[in-house]
Design a protein around this ligand. Structure first.
Ligand SMILES: *[C@@H]1O[C@H](CO)[C@@H](O)[C@H](O)[C@H]1NC(C)=O
Ligand SMILES: *[C@@H]1O[C@H](CO)[C@@H](O)[C@H](O)[C@H]1NC(C)=O
Length: 397
C-alpha cells in the first residue's frame, strides 16, 4: 500500500530537483554569455571558486613568485605575515612599520608628498569615529527586522555637501531594502576651513554620515573601505550587498536591484561586480594622480573593479578584513580591493552597465541611462535633471 506512494513522492522530488539544477544551469550560462565583460576576457588567472580561501602564505596567489623584483611593495608582500595592529606607536606598531618601509626605499625623498605620507601611515588602520559635539546624530545600527538588501556606501568628502544632497534627492532616496550611508574622514580638515559644525548639523539632520577621525584625502580611501567593513560586522551583519560608490556617480537603483535579485546564488555569494580592468599597469609618468614609482611597485595590477562604483557581497566583509591584514598597503583603494579579492581566490565579474569614466563631452540622457546601472562622473545638477526625466511616465525612448 505504502510503496507506490513512496515511489510517486520520490519521482516527484527527483523531477523537481532536476528542474532546479536545469534552471540554475540555464540562468548561469545565459548570464555569463550576457555579461562576459566589455573586453570579453576572463579576468585573473585564478579559477572561479565560489567560496573564499586564504592560504597562510599569499605569495603565489598575488603572483609574487620566481625572481622577486626589488620594489618595496613586492618585497614587503613576500615577507608579510600580518600588519601590526593600528593603535600602538611602540616598536612594531603601525608608525614604526611605515618608517621602516620608507627607510628601505632608496629614492623615497623623491616620491610625491601624498605617496610619502601614505606610506608612513599606511599600516595605521584603526581610527575612532568622529562624533559631532553633543554626540547626537550617530548612525543607527540595523535592527533585526530591517537588514538592508543593498547598502549604498557612498565615499564623499566633508566639503561635498551638494553632491551628497543630490544623492539623497535622487538615486539614494528612501526605498524598501535600501540603506544609504556616506563615508567621510574628519571634517576638521588640515589647513583647510573647519567644517565641523556644518557637518555636525548635516549629521543630526540626516543621520546618514559615518565619519572617522582621519584626514580625508584620496590616498586614505582604503581606510573608508576597511572601517566600513568593520562597522558592518558590528552594526549591520546580514547586509546582502554593498555598493561602494563615489558621490559623483548616478546609480539606476531599481535596475541594479533587479540585476542583483536575478543573480544565480553561487555568484551572489562571492559577488565583486563592476567595470573590470584586467590588464592595468602602474603609470610611470611623474606628476599625475596615479603615478607609481618603479621602486615602489613592480608588475601589473590584479583584475579589479573601478572604484567609481562596484558591488560586493556583504557576507565577504570579515573575509576581506582578514585578507587586508595580510596584503601590503597600496595607495589606490580600488586596486587594493582587487588585491584583497585575489588574495581570497575570488574573481571580479564584469557588467557592461557600469560606466565609471563617462566622457565629459557626451551628454547623459535618460534613455541611455535607462539601459545602464551606474554612470560617473555627473554633476549634482545633471543627476537631478536625469532623475526627474527617468521618473517621468511620458518618457519615450
Ligand atoms: C612565502 O613563500 C615564499 C616562497 O614562495 C617565501 O619566499 C616567503 O618567505 C614566504 N613568506 C612568508 C611570510 O612565509
Ligand atoms: C591619512 O590619515 C592619517 C590620520 O589622520 C594621516 O596621518 C595620514 O597622513 C593621512 N594620509 C595621507 C596620505 O595624507
Amino acid at each position: 500500500m505504502r510503496c507506490p506512494k513512496c515511489l510517486l513522492c520520490l519521482s516527484a522530488l527527483l523531477t523537481l530537483l532536476g528542474l532546479k539544477v536545469y534552471i540554475e544551469w540555464a540562468s548561469e550560462s545565459r548570464l555569463s554569455k550576457a555579461y562576459s565583460g566589455p573586453r570579453g576576457t576572463l579576468p585573473g588567472p585564478t579559477p572561479v571558486s565560489p567560496e573564499p580561501t586564504l592560504p597562510a602564505n599569499l605569495s603565489v596567489r598575488l603572483g609574487q613568485t620566481g625572481l622577486l623584483p626589488l620594489a618595496s611593495w613586492n618585497q614587503q608582500q613576500r615577507r608579510l605575515g600580518v600588519l601590526p595592529s593600528g593603535e600602538s606607536a611602540e616598536a612594531g606598531g603601525c608608525q614604526a612599520w611605515g618608517a621602516a618601509a620608507a627607510a628601505e626605499i632608496p629614492d623615497f625623498t623623491s616620491y610625491p608628498e601624498d605617496l610619502r605620507r601614505f606610506l608612513l601611515s599606511a599600516a595605521c588602520r584603526s581610527f575612532p569615529q568622529w562624533l559631532p559635539p553633543g554626540a547626537s546624530g550617530q548612525v543607527a545600527s540595523c535592527s533585526d527586522s530591517d537588514v538592508p538588501y543593498l547598502l549604498l556606501a557612498v565615499k564623499s568628502e566633508p566639503g561635498r555637501f551638494a553632491e551628497r544632497q543630490a544623492v539623497r534627492e535622487t538615486w539614494g532616496g528612501p526605498a524598501p531594502g535600501i540603506r544609504l550611508l556616506f563615508l567621510l574622514g574628519s571634517p576638521e580638515g588640515e589647513g583647510g576651513p573647519d567644517l565641523g559644525s556644518l557637518v555636525a548639523w548635516e549629521s543630526r539632520r540626516y543621520s546618514d554620515l559615518l565619519l572617522w577621525d582621519f584626514i580625508d584625502v584620496p590616498f586614505n580611501r582604503t581606510l573608508k573601505d576597511l572601517l566600513l567593513l568593520a562597522w558592518l560586522g558590528r552594526h549591520c551583519p546580514g547586509t546582502h550587498f554593498v555598493l561602494q560608490v563615489q558621490d559623483d556617480a548616478f546609480v539606476h537603483t531599481s535596475a541594479l536591484l533587479g540585476h542583483l535579485q536575478a543573480l544565480p546564488p553561487s555568484w551572489a555569494r562571492s559577488l565583486y561586480l563592476g567595470e573590470i580592468f584586467t590588464q592595468a599597469k602602474p603609470l610611470r609618468k611623474p606628476g599625475g594622480p596615479f603615478y607609481v614609482p618603479g621602486s615602489f611597485f613592480d608588475g601589473g595590477y590584479p583584475a579589479y573593479a573601478s572604484g567609481g562604483g562596484y558591488v560586493i557581497a556583504g557576507r565577504l566583509a570579515p573575509w576581506l578584513l582578514q585578507a587586508a591584514a595580510r596584503v601590503a598597503p597600496f595607495p589606490f583603494d580600488d586596486v587594493y580591493t582587487g588585491l584583497c579579492f585575489r588574495a581570497l581566490g575570488l574573481v571580479p565579474r564584469a557588467h557592461k552597465g557600469f560606466l565609471t569614466s563617462w566622457p565629459a563631452d557626451r551628454v547623459a540622457d535618460a534613455c541611455t541611462l535607462r539601459r545602464l546601472l551606474l554612470v560617473r562622473p555627473l554633476s549634482p545638477q545633471d543627476s537631478i535633471r536625469l532623475w526627474k526625466q527617468m521618473q517621468d511616465p511620458q518618457l519615450h525612448c
